[in-house]
Design a binder for this molecule. Structure first.
Ligand code: FE2
Length: 423
């Protein structure tokens, strides 16, 4: 007797009409025409059943604070950082927890069940750290939340930066963050990477730095990050987030850098919605898009994910936790329009992001955790095209969110009575 059966599933790899059997929170059967009763059966009716969405880059401490204490007028990264600095002394733990939990509700409704969030550790009180540690516990039954110690004001630039970050790791923050391009000099940026990678190696932790988030083609901290990754044997555990300077780099230099990243097994995260709105702000025309070189990195064998980064905060006024919106924008900005490339964009918000987080038991396979999303779409490309409705969201074998199918009724002579935007 299965706890849950999902029948007539199309899987992201194209296998069609598969049945999934779930017992005690794990997938125990995966085949067509699966026999055996179940406490509950969902008929997917040949729609796509995907592992849950994964956001590899987010800021849960700032989310849903849009307009507090004021709105970012210039729309730049630097005004966003200044604005966050104005907001920080006004933050309370209760309000921060409440906003984060509200966002997590949105995430669940969108089938987003794993989030890596950066948490600002520049405040010596570690207020945001304490708040998100609490949120991590509270959402554990339904979201895998991974925290990154993020020295927003600079590791070496801010007073007691190293001490604050170390204390955050001591408190149980999972991943070592950084922001080398925001340190005072290139040399200090490089020194911050050396210190942070050493800390990660010592403690056996992963690394995920905001790296080269600028339009400066000479911002090359990613090279230093790849170097220390190899030097310390951290291959496969290090990620460079944003990497927007790579958009503007000289092609010859990029042709040397990208193989170095592949060799060091450094992953990359682009944040298309945010990169395209924050970067290129000093340009007249043509305006640079600012997103890193996603197709070229993928072609070289670098693991690349797309992150949401911000939802309604000092840097970005929109967003809803919908990783298909993120994939949709990434696809457009990177001109990833072939069938293979569009599927890569789907993977960038599912399997590739899961690999960055190191999620255990992720995927639709026997033995995997029974976490999945039934989408109102027939394949991954359609899911992106439609930003598909999440018909059912399943965690540990239990349905935790459901939506009615999107159907519009029509009143047109001689035409069908309803439209679903699917063929
Ligand atoms: Fe970020």
């Amino acid at each position: 007797m299965f706890d849950l059966k999902i029948t007539h599933c199309t899987l992201p790899d194209g296998r069609a009409d598969m049945d999934i059997g779930i017992e005690q929170g794990r997938i125990t059967a995966l085949q067509p025409n699966l026999a055996g009763a179940a406490e509950r059966t969902i008929d997917a009716a040949l729609q796509l059943v995907s592992p849950p969405f994964v956001d590899a880059h987010f800021h849960l401490d700032a989310t849903l604070s849009y307009g507090l204490p004021r709105i970012n007028q210039s729309g730049t990264l630097l005004e966003g950082i200044a604005l966050w600095g104005e907001l920080k002394p006004l933050l309370t733990q209760e309000a921060l927890i409440e906003r984060a939990l509200t966002y997590c509700d949105w995430a669940v409704a969108k089938g987003l069940l794993a989030i890596r969030t950066h948490v600002d550790v520049s405040d010596p009180r570690l207020l945001a750290v304490e708040a998100l540690l609490e949120v991590r516990e509270r959402v554990k039954p339904y979201i895998d939340l991974q925290l990154v110690a993020f020295p927003q004001d600079g590791l070496l630039r801010a007073p007691r930066g190293v001490d604050n970050l170390t204390r955050a790791l001591d408190r149980g923050v999972d991943v070592v963050g950084g922001i080398p391009h925001f340190e005072r000099t290139v040399a200090e940026g490089a020194e911050s990477i050396r210190i942070l990678c050493a800390l990660a190696a010592e403690r056996g932790l992963r690394v995920d730095m905001h790296c080269d988030e600028s339009d400066d083609p000479l911002s090359r901290h990613i090279e230093t990050l790849a170097y220390h990754t190899q030097r310390l044997g951290l291959q496969g555990r290090v990620t460079g987030s944003h990497l927007t300077s790579m958009h503007s780099m000289d092609n010859y230099y990029a042709s040397k850098l990208i193989p170095l990243m592949a060799e060091a097994e450094v992953s990359a995260i682009a944040n298309p919605l945010i990169n395209i709105t924050l970067q290129g702000r000093h340009d007249t025309y043509p305006k640079r898009r600012g997103m890193t070189r996603v197709p070229e990195l993928l072609a070289a064998g670098v693991n690349v994910a797309f992150g949401q980064d911000c939802v309604m905060d000092p840097w970005y006024s929109l967003g809803s936790g919908d990783m298909l919106e993120v994939a949709h924008m990434g696809l457009h900005v990177a001109q990833m329009t072939s069938q293979t490339a569009m599927r890569d964009c789907f993977d960038a918000v599912t399997t590739r992001a899961a690999r960055i987080l190191g999620l255990e038991g992720y995927g639709i396979a026997i033995g995997a955790r029974a976490d999945m999303v039934v989408l109102q779409a027939q394949n991954p490309v359609d899911a992106i095209r439609l930003r598909a409705n999440r018909l059912a969201v399943i965690r540990n074998g239990k349905v935790i969110a459901e939506s009615l199918p999107n159907v519009s009724t029509l009143s047109l002579p001689g035409r069908p009575a309803e439209v679903r935007f699917q063929r």
